[in-house]
Design a protein around this ligand. Structure first.
Ligand code: ZN
Length: 686
């Protein structure tokens, strides 16, 4: 634990600048806070909306992250309105939040943190609060009081565990006011508060107290090996990846029984040390370290001991049984502690620990899965250091229940915007770098899907994935190179998808080419190329997709991008029309073979999509114009005039139908072909 304050205060700026600087230092150290945890404040004179000097507290807003925090993330509250609350004996969370909303100097600022009153009731300029691993490790031991005394003597105050809210705030306020010389407050099973006359002073004290705890625990741990290696099969990194990729869809399917989730696989060395230890099983089942951890990871992970991880069939059965048993146990725990005000949340684990392989974390999206996983790294550190000093203990069952079913947190869920139609889903698009494929990938992402962006041109795929991640958030898109004629590359891409998201729900098989030329002049290489890409390419991708979806046992939707040339072939387009017709027949066979598994396969037949398409090369335009006896410039208009609706067909039109077929709205449709061509009599079914 190093003090990172590197600049004199005068160089940083005014008191507010110093608060931002301090907050980012705290946020940058994940052993202090992770993912939105912790909070900081100053009390200062600011101007109200009429320019009058007003005593205010500037405090971190709810939901912002300290490591990237900016001034706009800090609401200001009028102290004259906040402080009278100290005279009350009790206040509900709802009343407190409503009241604090009235104290804001600018109602448009973000909502203040739930721990606002803890800061307000401490009569100091700067207040810092973290959930430091080293502090939590001390408080989460059987003999915490003795150890804290050993580390700090009487220099800090200690407050019993209470869920954050008015009661805890008042207790901390009273404790500090009766011990004005203490340098900080340790909150049991929660974290640390320090303060100072400047942001730097509060920070320095914070780091100093955490460093003392850290040093103490390291000294104690020297004499003790906490995790001893169990006598079990160890796998090389490659073998681990291979087994994990084989099993991930089974896990994803099993934990998605009620709500789909995205997985994150993690075999970092600290995770492996824990899951491969003799102690991991029992320690992992004791319970969460802090309320913060509980919200993300539930009361405990699923410990999944596979008798032989390399036996995929047997392991799959074991996974399904263990997940079911976890959900049953969770529902019993819920029944035991609930007051029946709130219905049971998803009973499936957020963390799955597998000896030999590592950990899977789950979440409604890639970001949520990452947060749960990140937090467990810290839980392991806390357990390790607590066990090094003494015996790890956690929140009680009732306390853990009261945090997971905390009305404040459940309320946040009710006001969150409704989930978009493809949220929690993973979709693969081939030929996604341009034209129809690109529009479909963008539209799927806009509707909440995680999108695997694949293309022959891996630079363009990467650029599109970056664009999607920038717009829709962390790891929404995964770019992978994919030549659909390259079997090995497709297998490798599916390996990556299995590890990255844990599975796949939707495949848009789009990559294709359109060589032109009459049959008696067509080079055999053009013919073969069309079959390789337009037929075999779809076969190879759907083969891997179906294998994965069957393991997942959650159905799936495959959509092939066909063409109007299937029902109505054009002269000079033999290689294209034949290879696309074979592709459609493949879609029907896939629909027949996989209906019993809930896997649907449908085709869309667009016509004459010019926008952004690689199919319409200059050569192709010239060739088609010649075939129709018109000028190249008149080509788009020619296609418009030949359909019944006299309309241009765009990539967005195709995407509309593709998204419909990918979605639950078409759940009763498989083996179908839908034209998107403005209406062509030639293409009507006969
Ligand atoms: Zn806290």
């Amino acid at each position: 634990m190093q003090n990172q304050w590197a600049k004199p205060d005068s160089e940083i700026g005014d008191a507010f600048d110093q608060l931002v600087y301090q907050s980012r230092l705290i946020g940058a150290d994940t052993s202090l806070v992770v993912w939105g945890g912790g909070n900081t404040s100053i009390k200062s004179t600011v101007e109200d909306f009429r320019g009058r000097p007003t005593e205010a507290m500037i405090i971190k807003g709810s939901g912002s992250d300290l490591k990237t925090i900016e001034k706009k993330h800090f609401p200001s509250l009028k102290m004259e309105d906040v402080l009278p609350l100290y005279t009350l004996d009790a206040m509900t969370d709802d009343d407190m939040v409503a009241y604090l909303g009235q104290c804001m100097l600018n109602p448009k600022d973000p909502r203040p943190s739930i721990e606002t009153l803890l800061h307000a009731f401490l009569p100091f300029h700067s207040v810092v609060h973290s959930h430091a691993d080293a502090i939590v490790a001390l408080t989460n031991t059987r003999d915490a009081e003795t150890l804290l005394q050993e580390v700090y003597g009487d220099t800090v105050s200690i407050v019993e565990y209470i869920r954050p809210g008015f009661k805890l705030s008042k207790l901390v306020g009273k404790t500090v006011q009766s011990n004005p010389n203490s340098g900080g407050v340790v909150l049991m099973n929660h974290g640390l508060f320090t303060w100072g006359d400047t942001s730097r002073e509060a920070y320095d004290r914070h780091i100093d107290l955490v460093a003392k705890a850290d040093h103490f625990s390291q000294e104690k741990r020297k004499a003790k090996t906490v995790f001893t290696l169990a006598e079990k099969t160890q796998f090389s990194s490659d073998a681990r990846g291979k087994i994990a990729a084989s099993l991930a869809p089974v896990i994803r399917g099993a934990v998605s029984e009620l709500h789909d989730v995205v997985l994150r696989y993690d075999d970092n060395s600290d995770i492996l040390e824990f899951v491969n230890s003799n102690q991991g099983n029992s320690l992992s089942q004791i319970g969460p370290a802090t309320p913060d951890h509980t919200l993300q990871t539930k009361i405990k992970p699923l410990w999944l001991e596979l008798s032989n991880p390399e036996d995929i069939v047997n392991s799959s059965d074991q996974i399904r049984e263990s997940v079911k048993a976890y959900a049953l146990e969770y529902s019993q725990w819920y029944e035991k502690h609930t007051d029946h005000v709130h219905p049971m949340l998803d009973p499936y684990p957020r963390l799955i620990l597998v000896p030999g392989l590592g950990m899977w974390s789950t979440g409604k999206d890639a970001r949520a899965a990452l947060i749960a996983g990140d937090i467990y790294h810290h839980t392991i550190q806390v357990i390790k250091s607590a066990e090094g000093m003494s015996t790890y203990v956690s929140l009680t069952n009732q306390d853990a229940y009261d945090v997971e079913y905390w009305p404040m947190e459940l309320y946040k869920l009710t006001i969150a915007p409704p989930e978009r139609s493809f949220s929690r889903k993973v979709a693969l698009v081939t030929g996604a770098a341009n034209g129809i494929g690109k529009v479909i990938a963008q539209r799927l992402a806009a509707e909440g899907a995680h999108v695997v962006v694949t293309d022959l041109n891996s630079n363009s795929a990467t650029a599109l994935a970056e664009e999607i991640n920038g717009q829709h958030g962390y790891n929404r898109a995964l770019p992978l190179p994919m030549d659909v004629t390259n079997h090995a590359q497709i297998v490798e891409a599916f390996h990556q998808i299995r590890l990255f998201y844990g599975g796949l729900d939707i495949v848009i098989s789009n990559a294709g080419i359109a060589p032109a030329g009459i049959v008696d002049e067509l080079p055999i290489s053009d013919w073969q190329n069309a079959l390789d890409i337009n037929t075999t390419g779809h076969f190879l991708v759907s083969q891997e997709a179906v294998r994965l979806m069957k393991q997942q046992e959650q159905g799936g939707s495959i959509v092939f991008i066909g063409t109007k040339n299937v029902p109505a072939p054009g002269g000079g387009f033999g290689a294209y029309s034949v290879s696309k017709a074979a592709q459609v027949q493949l879609a029907r066979v896939l629909a027949i073979e996989n209906g019993e598994f809930g896997i649907r396969c449908n085709v869309v037949n667009p016509d004459a999509i010019f926008q952004g398409s690689n199919l319409w090369s200059t050569e192709m335009r010239e060739q088609r114009a010649k075939a129709h006896g018109i000028s190249v410039d008149g080509l788009e208009e020619f296609y418009r005039q030949r359909n019944l609706l006299k309309t241009y067909v765009t990539s967005d039109d195709v995407a509309n139908t593709v998204l419909f077929l990918a979605s639950e709205q078409s759940s009763k449709t498989t083996g179908a072909m839908i034209p998107i061509d403005g209406g062509l009599r030639d293409a009507f079914p006969r």
